[in-house]
Design a protein. Sequence first.
Length: 258
Amino acid sequence: MDPKRWRLDGQLALVTGGSAGIGRAVAEELLGLGADVLLAARDADALDAVREELMDAFPDRDVEWFAADVSHDEQRRELLDWVEDFGDGLNILVNNAGGNLGKPATEYAEDEWREIFEVNTFAAFEVSRYVHPLLTRHAASSIVNVGSVSGLTAVRTGVPYGMSKAALHQMTRNLAVEWAGDGVRVNAVAPWYIRTRRTSGKLGDADYLDEVLSRTPMGRVGEPEEVAAAVAFLCLPASSYVTGECIAVDGGFLRYGF
């Protein structure tokens, strides 16, 4: 067995939404496999703190950050200009930035549901398109989109969120086909409830948590590191024949429904 199939040494990764939760865990996982990581998120202070923590843990790796809201095109373009200054192109893109506002379908204002699509779907599409020339500088590169089980079945996230994640999953399939000849693999992961700051409110409701666990065969909430491990696998040379896939990281939830 060639151990390099399970390493990312010398590769450069961009992780959006990288200041906390799943994004931070992905950055840590990729660093542990030998990659250098560029982080993007809205909160500069949080990014700086995460960089310090990751550099302490991986002193032989490089971690840099750029504060940007990827739902705004001007800031996406500024992010691309910044990424272009690092190394020879890009090997990995993880589209993790996302957001939600859950409420009944009839109660959304138009700007509210459109904003959910901007950050969850359109941002990932545009960032992917912008970095495509950087990814194609290498014979093999990867995009991993962080979707959701809400894009595969009905859950209590609000209709626009589920719609936006379903669109992200289909974007993954289409780009995988279109860009296969360019050496760019495109895959996705679909988490169920993961223990992050964003989910802490709902999971803090004991009755709701009991319902979640009753529909989760493994009987527990997932951890960010478990999503990060799936993301990292899809970036590795070992997964070189996998593209257009969406891997559920859900403790078996999708086999039950909710």
